[in-house]
Every structure is written in C-alpha cells, then in structure tokens.
Design a binder for this molecule. Structure first.
Ligand code: ADP
Ligand code: MG
Ligand code: MG
Ligand code: MG
Ligand code: MG
Length: 640
C-alpha cells in the first residue's frame, strides 16, 4: 500500500475543491523525484511477494464458515517484531481493505542470489504459522481469492445486519461497513468518496453460472433498496453494490527492483503482456454472493467495485461538467507501454491534460513517460486528509502517491521513495492468491525467473496494447486456461517482424511443436546457462513442473477445483446456489489442505512433492526437443 497517512479525512465535496491543486503538486513531486533519481544506477535485484490472507471463523455447531473481522485486533501483535527490530524482522504485516484480511510480506526483500528461491516457500510458511499463532480455536486462515458467500446474510463473524441506513460509508444493501478495516480512515473514506464521485453506488453485475435448476430468470434479492439497486441489477446476474466486494478479494503480487529506470520501464512493458496470461493461470474466484458465477477471476469485480467514473465519463451522458470520456475504471489493466522504444505499440489513445503533459516535458521528461504520468493524473484524488494539503514538493511525495496508489493497474511502475535506499521498481499485480504456500511460491518464483530470462536474453513479448487489452477480457472468462486463445508473439526477439499468433495458455507456457518454444523452456535454457546448485535446482524444478501442469490442464485451477467441489457436494441442488452447509464443508476441507494435513493431487500434484528438495513427478509436457529448439532460437536471435 503506497499511502497510509493518518489524519482528518475530507468528504468528496471538499476533496473536489482541492483536486486540481493536488494533481498539479503531485506532478511537481514526480518531477522532483525524477530529477533526483533518474540517473540512479546499478541497483541490484531485490524482490518480494505480497500475500493477502483471509481470516475465517469456522462455526462447527451451526455448520457455517464466516469471514472473521479481527485484523484490527491482531495487527499490532503481528507488527511487534517489526517495530522492535526494524530491518531484521522475519515477516512484515500490513492492514488491508477489509477487517477479515491482512497482507503479509517477507520482512526483508529477497536478493538476487539463486539460493533465495529456497527461502520463498519457507517465508510463506512462517507467515502462515505466525498468523495462526495469534488466532484462537475455530479461527483460521484460508487463502481465498474471493470468499464464495461474501455478501450473503450473516457472512461475517460477528454476524451483522446490513442495509443502506446502517452503512454510511458504502450504503450497501449487503456488505456491512463494519467489515471495512476500522482502525484507519483511508478505507472508509475511499469507499464513500468513490461512491460520491460516481454519483451512485458502484454496480457490479456478474453473469450467473447456469446449471439445470438455476432459476430462469434469476433475479437477485434487493432487500432494503432505496430505489437505486432496482435500476442497477440485471436479471441472471449476481449483483454487488460496493467496494468491499472487490477490494475484499485477495491477490498475490510481486515487486522487483530494477538496476535503473530504463530497465524498470522495459520490465514494466514486458510484464504488461504477461499479466492477462498469469491472471487466467491463477484463476481462483468462481463464486460471489453465495452463487456460482460464469467467471473464474476477481479482476472484473474489483474493477467495477472502485469505478468512480461519472455518467458523463462512462459515456452514459454527453460531456458537460466533466473533461473526458474515460473507457475504463481506475482499477484496470495497463493502458500503455512506457519505454520509448515500445511507444509505437500504444495503439489505444489515452486521455491526459495537455497542461500536465507539458509540465513533465518542460522538466525534461520524454514524451512516453510524460504521457504515462499525465494519464494517471486524469483520476481525481479520492482520499485526502485536511492536514496534508499544503506540502513541500521538494521533499514530500504524498500527492504523487495519492494518485499513483489509486490507479490500480495490472502492473505498477514504482519510483524510489524519496530519502530511501530503494531503487526503481515494478510490481506485477494481476495474480490471484493460491490456497497453499507451495502454490504461491511456485507462481512467484516463476515470475521472478521470467524477469531474469527477459533481461538476460533481451526477450521481447510486446504486442500492440490493444491485443493485451483483448487478452485481459479473455482471461476473465470461465475456464480461460483451457478454453481461450491469447494473442502472443511467436518469436521472442526484437529484430523479427511483429508476428502475432493466437495460442492457448498451454502453448504459451509449455510450447508448441515447431512454434513458440514456451516460457518454461526459455526459463530452463536460462537455468542451464547459469550455475544452479542441485538443492535450488530441485526446488525450482518442482515449481516449473507445477506451473507446466496447471497450464496443460493436468492440474485444476483453484477456481475449477472449488467449482467442482461445490457442484459435486450432496447438498448442491444444481441451482447455482452455495448454501451454508457447502461453504462450511468446503472451508473445513480447504483448511486441512492449506495446513498440509491432507493432500490435494488435483490442485498441486502429489503432496509428497510439497516439501523442498524432494524429487518432483515427471512433467507432462516440455519435451527435450522443444528445449533444443529454444536453445537454438536464443543463440541465434540474442541481441546485445
Ligand atoms: P505495496 O505498495 O505494493 O503494498 P509493499 O511495501 O507492501 O508494497 O511491498 C511490496 C514488496 O516489495 C514486498 O514483498 C517487499 O518485501 C518488497 N520490497 C521491499 N523493498 C524492495 C526493494 N528495494 N526492491 C524490490 N522489492 C522490495
Ligand atoms: Mg502491492
Ligand atoms: Mg503491500
Ligand atoms: Mg494493497
Ligand atoms: Mg495488498
């Protein structure tokens, strides 16, 4: 989380008065940062993951599993070690949007040494254990990307009533304000101001998964409606009405430090192309509001849940009071590449204020980066504290961070914080959190290795940005891993002509005969070219094998696993509904799996491969032939 300053929060009406000023000063603050830090060189690779954990209360007596509102009670305990020994704490803990969530990261970032890959899963295990230690009986941690019964009556512990009158921040019919993290004003302020700016509650409509007994049409209950929900709800859709449905979902993020700004911009662009692929591959969100839906990922739900655009900006009314028609929510996929040499692939126009761009250009910033920053600044501040309006732009960066940290894009370009030892960084943000430490470690290590391969071999995955946008839409569909085709380049070199093909995720990850070699082969060639000791090599091999099998469909995504579990439960009536009893059984089951008490071969293979340094099962794909092919491609087309 970029900005967590405390103070007296302003309403949207008051924030609006300062919006232009905040934006101008935000840009000045970026300019000052840029001037001071643009020549920063030779930062080493540092990187770290962020896992968002969900606290669950398991009520054995009533056979119910609920979201446990407890983070505000336990956070200070979790943060004790960091407060007492900053710089040597093992884990670091941060508040999140909901009081049933908490974000855990390694206490210190991992470094560039290969041995670090043996520490990732151990770090995740240590975080899980630390969290479990502060919980009581019947309380547990389950890494749900989205909790299937979120928004159902009584979905929290303690059980709370919900209605617009009871929820001054969100006005939600379903999601009690008390589920929002209570001990910091940021989250409630964002909730309220996003709604006020938009002029109504967010409206999130997700198609229902149609089963043989699903009501036709299905019309969701809209209890205590003040008239607004009736206008927003669509038939045959799950309807959700506030920020919590989206920001209350959990993701898996990875941040990398680049050696300089140029490398960070290049990495940002390449990772932009990989974001939709990894979203589809990590799908873990098949249900919302107690119903199976026709999607598998959280992305579209969060995007709609913080969509603060007005009717004019959304194109529902002609422009009169607002400046722009804005195509997407402020939570959305990357709009443009930011390296100068990638700018010809920015084939979707972006909005920005000419004046903002000119300020940046006049400060000596190139046009591509100037447009990127200016385009972030079409968004208004939606959380502002009275004490933090007048700042010193030479040293403060709060106004820049204010806008930057509420542009929730699939990849984020993070400038160094002022007065820190930290360099230019890039954050990969699209992945859904996985159930177990093993799975989360595998996804994280896979992405870290990919960045090493991209940089070492100067690989180029860039497509026209419009194709990445299309890939993002496809990634959000149910079972995208198995059913969708994604635009991808069939060569990884810069000098080849821009050849695009449509590939399955299996082909992208595992390669095709006589075609794209596959990301795993590229990683393997890279690993062959460096000295990896057996210990680390074995760990990495297990992760790559796991990713390979996820991509081939040999292992299920968490989304299809949960969907199948629900659909084959004896109490499921084939009507798309997920009653409490199923939610309870599912949670008890997933709890055991995530504690390592039982295996789950269809999710991550043979449980005996979960521990480090155990020989992994054979991969289903990645033939030696393909590896040979890759080596050839790399040696022929490597550019220096
Ligand atoms: P966010 O703003 O995305 O919430 P966090 O402060 O939670 O960012 O950190 C994201 C990750 O970045 C953490 O895993 C942390 O360990 C890691 N990290 C910390 N310092 C660096 C650095 N210098 N370079 C790269 N990653 C870092
Ligand atoms: Mg983050
Ligand atoms: Mg964080
Ligand atoms: Mg966050
Ligand atoms: Mg987070």
């Amino acid at each position: 989380m970029g900005l967590l300053t405390v103070g007296t929060p302003l309403s949207w009406e008051d924030t609006k008065k300062y919006a232009e000023k905040i934006k101008k000063h935000g840009i000045l603050q970026f300019i000052n940062l840029y001037k001071n830090l643009k020549d920063r060189q030779r930062d080493t690779l540092k990187w770290g993951d962020e896992i968002e954990y969900t606290l669950i209360y398991i009520d054995h007596k009533n056979k119910s599993a609920r979201l446990l509102l407890k983070c505000s009670d336990i956070l200070h305990v979790l943060q004790e070690e960091e407060n007492n020994n900053p710089g040597s704490n093992q884990n670091a803990w941060r508040m999140e949007y909901a009081d049933y969530m908490v974000e855990g990261t390694p206490g210190q970032p991992f470094g560039g040494c290969l041995k670090q890959f043996n520490r990732v899963e151990a770090s995740m295990r240590s975080r899980r254990e630390e969290l479990m230690r502060v919980l009581k009986e019947n309380e547990t941690v389950i890494c749900f990307a989205s909790f299937p019964r979120i928004g159902c009556p009584g979905f929290t512990e303690p059980i709370l009533a919900s209605s617009p009158a009871l929820n001054p921040s969100s006005n939600s019919l379903y999601y009690p304000d008390r589920a929002i993290y209570p001990s910091h004003p940021r989250f409630k302020t964002l909730t309220k101001n996003i709604r006020s700016r938009r002029g109504s509650r967010p409206s999130i409509n997700i198609p229902v998964f149609r089963d043989i007994n699903t009501p036709e049409p299905y019309n969701q209950d809209i209890p205590n409606d003040d008239g607004e929900a009736k206008l927003a709800v669509l038939p045959n859709h799950v309807y959700m009405d506030c920020m919590g449905f989206g920001m209350g979902c959990c993701c898996l993020q990875v941040t990398f430090q680049a050696c300089n700004i140029k490398e960070a911009r290049m990495l940002y662009d390449q990772l932009t192309v990989l974001a939709p692929i990894m979203l589809a591959l990590s799908a873990a969100s098949p249900a919302f509001q107690g119903m199976l839906t026709d999607i598998d990922v959280r992305w579209g739900v969060i995007s709609a849940s913080v969509d603060d655009r007005t009717k004019e900006e959304r194109g529902e009314l002609p422009l009169k009071n607002d400046k722009f028609r804005i195509p997407k929510s402020r939570y959305s996929s990357v709009d443009m590449y930011i390296s100068e040499c990638s700018s010809h692939l920015n084939d979707i126009p972006v909005n920005y204020e000419e004046e903002h761009k000119q300020m940046l250009i006049d400060a000596g910033i190139d046009e591509t980066l100037a447009i990127h920053i200016a385009h972030l600044f079409i968004r208004d501040p939606v959380s502002l504290f009275a004490e933090k309006i007048n700042l010193n732009d030479e040293v403060d960066t709060d106004h820049f961070e204010n806008i930057q940290s509420t542009n929730w894009q699939s990849v984020r370009f993070k400038p160094p914080p002022s007065n820190s030892k930290i360099g230019w960084r890039v954050e990969f943000r699209s992945m859904e959190v996985q159930l177990t430490d093993f799975e989360n470690a595998a996804y994280v290590v896979f992405i870290v290795l990919l960045t090493r391969v991209i940089l070492s071999y100067k690989l180029n995955f860039l497509l026209p940005i419009s194709k990445v946008e299309e890939n993002m839409k496809r990634a959000m569909k149910r079972d995208a891993v198995k059913k969708e085709l994604f635009y991808f380049r069939n060569t990884t070199s810069y000098d080849a002509s821009d050849e695009q093909v449509e590939l399955t995720i299996d082909s992208i990850i595992n390669g095709q005969d006589n075609g794209f070699p596959g990301l795993i082969s590229l990683i393997r060639s890279y690993l062959d070219s460096i000295d990896v000791d057996i210990d680390v090599g074995c760990t990495i091999k297990q992760y790559l094998c796991f990713i390979s099998r996820k991509a081939s469909g040999n292992l299920q995504t968490m989304a299809s696993y949960m969907r199948n579990y629900i659909c084959s439960h004896p109490e499921y009536k084939k009507d798309s509904f997920i009653p409490e009893a199923i939610m309870y059984d599912l949670s008890v089951h997933l709890d055991k799996v995530s504690q390592g008490k039982i295996g789950c071969p269809s999710l991550f293979g043979n449980p005996s491969t979960k521990s480090l340094n155990v020989t992994p099962p054979n991969c289903v794909k990645v033939s030696e032939e393909v590896e040979e092919l890759t080596k050839k491609i790399l040696s022929v087309k490597r550019i220096n």
